[in-house]
Design a protein around this ligand. Structure first.
Ligand SMILES: NC(=O)C1=CN([C@@H]2O[C@H](COP(=O)(O)OP(=O)(O)OC[C@H]3O[C@@H](n4cnc5c(N)ncnc54)[C@H](OP(=O)(O)O)[C@@H]3O)[C@@H](O)[C@H]2O)C=CC1
Ligand SMILES: CC(=O)[C@@H](O)[C@H](O)COP(=O)(O)O
Ligand SMILES: [Mn+2]
Length: 382
């Protein structure tokens, strides 16, 4: 029985992780879980999966939840609470599906505690990839990708000569506005932005997908996960989201992983790795029904977020931290209808221009820069 600690249990990836655990209840259980404030969604989860430990966003949510759950369940809160969940003594693996760079410290705690990491929370690697991967290496801990593109790359390098990889090609749907011209983006609404053509996901990543900052974040995520220089990471628009990413080798052979768009596949693969398990929850891919697959170069004038992410990633140091923090604040403001869609990348660009890179930053510097950037962008917005 593999015992899981799950961060972000009430979210899109979190609930799908629970679906996989439910389907394979003879193999997986939930030792501990964390969520933010959605008590209505959390209560049935807690009753069904009976974790020993639960963490919530803050004391107020903890006080509300306390009277509604079994008194035998330990209840904690805040980042400290997530750290306790991530490093719970009775769990074997952390699935990190919380939203944002708040997932960094719990990830580091889980690494220190020797837990295998299943990582959906890409912001953690964007903000401090050098620290996470170095500590994982030192502790002999595996960081298994859950993000679909990175799972595809991971699956495409199994059993291969990794020194012969010449290129990673990360596919992108193009997001909600892929059929609009740039000038049409001035007046798009939050509701329109939330209509992803292929995936049903949380609000923040759906907006990231529309700006294609999601692809930018994924380039940086791939850089750290696969130790690949930015010059060898490409992005490619693929409307159907069937080819989840590709790896080109020195002999020009290209390996890809395909499947109907469902996060259940990469989640299950991370949980069962290195084995593969049957899935009754997902459907087989019939290419004859799909008919055609389309691929198209990414136009970085149309999607400047991709260029901003490459620039920040290549600059390194604290620059990706700024990229991520500025983006988190700007996307939140867009979702709250305080700024327009195109303002998201404007604010990110301003934050990057304003920042003086600190090279090889330690954790404290990362956290300070993350905070400063959030204040900087919030001040611009207000
Ligand atoms: N959704 C997807 O298909 C994919 C997502 N990812 C990545 O996975 C991560 C999660 O995405 P997604 O599932 O879409 O996000 P959701 O918004 O659906 O879920 C976020 C989860 O994080 C919890 N949370 C938010 N803030 C806090 C906090 N301060 N303390 C504790 N918990 C908190 C939420 O709790 P609550 O709602 O209860 O407040 C919720 O459980 C992101 O990094 C995303 O980029 C990667 C690939 C695909
Ligand atoms: C499912 C997943 O991994 C998302 O990151 C998804 O890839 C978003 O789609 P885009 O390709 O539109 O960014
Ligand atoms: Mn992805």
């Amino acid at each position: 029985m593999k015992k899981i600690s799950l961060l972000g249990a009430t979210g899109s990836v979190g609930t799908q992780t629970l679906e996989v655990i439910r389907e394979h209840a003879d193999q997986f259980s939930v030792a501990a879980l964390a969520f933010g404030q959605n008590i209505d969604a959390a209560l049935p989860i807690i009753h069904e999966f009976r974790p020993r430990l639960v963490s919530v966003k803050n004391k107020q949510v903890a006080d509300q939840l306390r009277i509604q759950i079994d008194s035998g369940i330990k209840l904690v809160y805040g980042v400290e609470g997530m750290i306790e969940v991530a490093s719970a003594t009775d769990s074997d693996m952390l699935v990190n599906a919380v939203l944002g760079s708040i997932g960094l410290e719990p990830t580091l705690a889980a690494i220190e505690a020797g837990k295998t990491i299943g990582l959906a929370n890409k912001e953690t690697l964007v903000t401090a990839g050098h620290i996470v991967m170095q500590r994982a290496k030192e502790s002999g801990v595996s960081v298994l990708p859950i993000d679909s593109e990175h799972s595809a790359i991971f699956q495409s390098i199994q059993g291969q000569d990794r020194s012969a990889i010449s290129k990673l090609i990360i596919t992108a749907s193009g997001g909600s506005f892929r059929d609009l011209k740039r000038e049409d983006l001035e007046k798009v609404t939050v509701n329109d932005a939330l209509k992803h053509p292929n995936w049903s996901m949380g609000a923040k990543i759906t907006i990231d997908s529309a700006t294609m900052m999601n692809k930018g974040l994924e380039v940086i995520e791939a850089h750290w996960l696969f130790h690949m220089p930015y010059e060898k990471i490409e992005t490619l628009i693929h409307r159907e989201s069937i080819v989840h990413s590709l790896v080109e080798y020195a002999d020009h052979s290209v390996m890809a992983q395909m499947g109907l768009p469902s996060m259940l596949v990469p989640i299950q693969y991370a949980l069962s790795y290195p084995s593969r398990m049957k899935s009754r929850l997902t459907k087989p891919l019939h290419l004859s029904e799909i008919g055609n697959l389309h691929f198209q170069k990414v136009d970085t004038c149309r999607y400047p977020s991709v260029s901003l992410a490459y620039q920040a990633g290549k600059e390194g140091g604290t620059m990706p931290t700024v990229l991520n923090a500025a983006n988190e604040v700007a996307v939140h403001a867009f979702l709250k209808k305080k700024i327009a869609f195109l303002d998201i990348e404007r604010y990110v660009e301003k934050a990057l221009e304003h920042h003086q890179t600190v090279h090889n930053p330690d954790l404290r510097t990362i956290e300070a820069v993350d905070k400063e950037t959030r204040v900087f962008v919030a001040d611009l917005i207000n």
